[in-house]
Design a protein around this ligand. Structure first.
Ligand SMILES: Cc1cc2nc3c(=O)[nH]c(=O)nc-3n(C[C@H](O)[C@H](O)[C@H](O)COP(=O)(O)OP(=O)(O)OC[C@H]3O[C@@H](n4cnc5c(N)ncnc54)[C@H](O)[C@@H]3O)c2cc1C
Length: 454
């Protein structure tokens, strides 16, 4: 194959590996470089978050590469949020009123390994333990260093920076920020997270409801739990770093015990390793990264978290990164051969959607930790479920984002926010939602939708 046909993907995470598969399927000689060891051979942490919520946008990308059904085999469907109050009462809040709509818990490591297997099956060589240390975005030259310190230069007709939130390819763009007018912002949340776990129960059973995403909402902070196929749950504690309810205030084992007894008493019997895990597992920060342009040179494009890292509260970071590849693929159909034009089109089409899901993810943090337990919000969700069951054209904001892969995030945000505003107003006014005229409501919502949609 000629040099013209050679493309380089930097970063063999979820996005980079899926992209490498697609480029190979399109006939490119594709080289994939990953700084970590091969997770299929070595026991390494898969990185941030052990499991992830995979939804329709991500599934569409997996379908594009022919792995949707295989991936679904290793998922656990989650039909709704199982809310745990401080007294240990449980309430299931479904994600949708449409039967069959659900999100899926999947192991990051298993999904990434499945993608590695497929990439290699198609003939993509994956260079593990090899870090990108420099790049020239215009010439397509990328410099790598392997674990023995050996430095090599590789040239490609196109280079994809899929190297995640701490991207080296993006750092290279920042070096020439004046030249390309490179905008960059990074906003940390005041909250961070720590991963804990719930082991299997007796006889390998699930100790709490298997088919739900568990939430312990506590207004300014929360804990969540996602199921794994081995009957464990990955628990993530999202707390402020500072303040009396924050990580800084929880130092000793006794502090942890007191904190959980106060805020999450029903979880304690299910978490026999709580104290040890709390002590040993890192506390990590969360933030949003925005930058532009993503085309950092004639031959280089940022993609996935390298272009737009978001906070995890909509469960959309990976889904969005996968959707990047779907959009790129569509553009390649339109403009085959000319990388500069493809990258231009991609960033123009995609930036507003990445911005929208970044904003929505921050909104959802408030919703998950606070609103889900609020009585007006609860009424609104009940009403939305009923509307989704009875009116085929109605989709809540959550459903537009999560289950409508045919609608861009930016449209889902505009329409969803208008609907939310109106429904919350109606629910706050109505004592009993039973008295609300459904036909009239749906008509009003349609007007709001048309107005938001322009
Ligand atoms: C706590 C948490 C929970 C989350 N939950 C969800 C969820 O439920 N659903 C969802 O859709 N998303 C979720 N996300 C977001 C999701 O993890 C990311 O959006 C997704 O991993 C992005 O994929 P990526 O391939 O772009 O980046 P990454 O997954 O970060 O992959 C980048 C890869 O590049 C490699 N790399 C880095 N630097 C170099 C270098 N110099 N040279 C070579 N290789 C390099 C890294 O080792 C890594 O393998 C969550 C994130 C967090 C933090």
């Amino acid at each position: 194959m000629s040099e013209k046909n050679k493309v380089i993907v930097v970063g063999g995470g979820l996005c980079g590996t899926l992209l490498a598969i697609r480029l190979r399927q399109r006939g490119f000689e594709t080289l994939l470089f990953e700084k970590r060891p091969d997770m299929r051979k070595e026991e390494i942490s898969a990185g941030r978050s052990i499991n992830l919520a995979l939804s329709n946008r991500g599934l569409r990308a997996l379908e594009m590469i022919g792995l949707r059904e295989k991936a679904k085999e290793i998922t656990i469907p989650m039909k709704g949020r199982m809310l745990h109050d401080r007294e240990g009462n449980l309430r299931l809040s479904p994600y949708s009123g449409r039967p069959g709509d659900h999100i899926n818990s999947i192991s990051r490591g298993d999904l990434n390994s499945m993608l590695y297997d497929e990439a290699e099956r198609l003939g993509v060589p994956i260079q593990f333990n090899t870090s990108c240390i420099a790049a020239d975005p215009d010439s397509g030259k990328v410099v790598f260093k392997d674990q023995d310190g050996v430095v090599t230069e590789v040239h490609g007709a196109a280079v994809f920076g899929a190297d995640g939130a701490g991207s080296v390819i993006r750092r290279e763009a920042m070096k020439r920020s004046n030249e390309i007018r490179f905008n960059f912002s990074q906003n940390f949340l005041t909250h961070g997270y720590k991963e804990l776990s719930i082991p299997p129960g007796e006889g390998g059973s699930f100790r709490i409801e298997k088919n739900a995403l568990h939430i312990w909402p506590r207004k300014t902070f929360m804990m969540i739990g996602l199921p794994n196929p081995d009957a464990t749950f990955t628990i993530t504690l999202f707390l402020p770093f500072e303040g009396e309810d924050g990580f800084d205030a929880i130092q000793s084992d006794a502090d942890v015990q007191r904190y959980f007894e106060k805020w999450f008493p029903d979880a304690i019997p299910h978490m026999p390793h709580l104290l040890q895990e709390y002590r040993e597992n890192p506390t990590s920060s969360l933030g949003t990264i925005r930058c532009y342009p993503w085309k950092t040179g004639e031959k280089t494009l940022l993609i996935g978290d390298a272009a737009h890292a978001i906070v995890p509260f909509y469960g959309q970071g990976m889904n969005c990164a996968f959707e990047d590849v779907v959009v790129l693929d569509q553009i390649m159909d339109e403009k085959e051969g000319n990388w500069g034009a493809i990258f231009d089109s991609f960033q123009k089409r995609r930036k507003k959607d990445a911005d929208a899901i970044a904003d929505l993810a921050i909104d959802n943090f408030i919703e998950m930790r606070d609103s889900v337990a609020d009585p007006v919000f609860t009424k609104k969700r009940q009403l939305e479920m009923e509307l989704e069951r009875n009116f085929p054209d109605y989709y809540s904001k959550y459903s537009l984002v999560t289950f409508r892969e045919d609608i861009p995030y930016s449209t889902a945000m505009k329409v969803g926010r208008k609907q939310d505003e109106y429904l919350l107003e109606v629910c706050a006014k109505a004592g009993d939602i039973g008295s609300i005229d459904r036909e009239e409501l749906v008509e009003q919502l349609l007007v709001k939708r048309l107005m938001a949609d322009g």
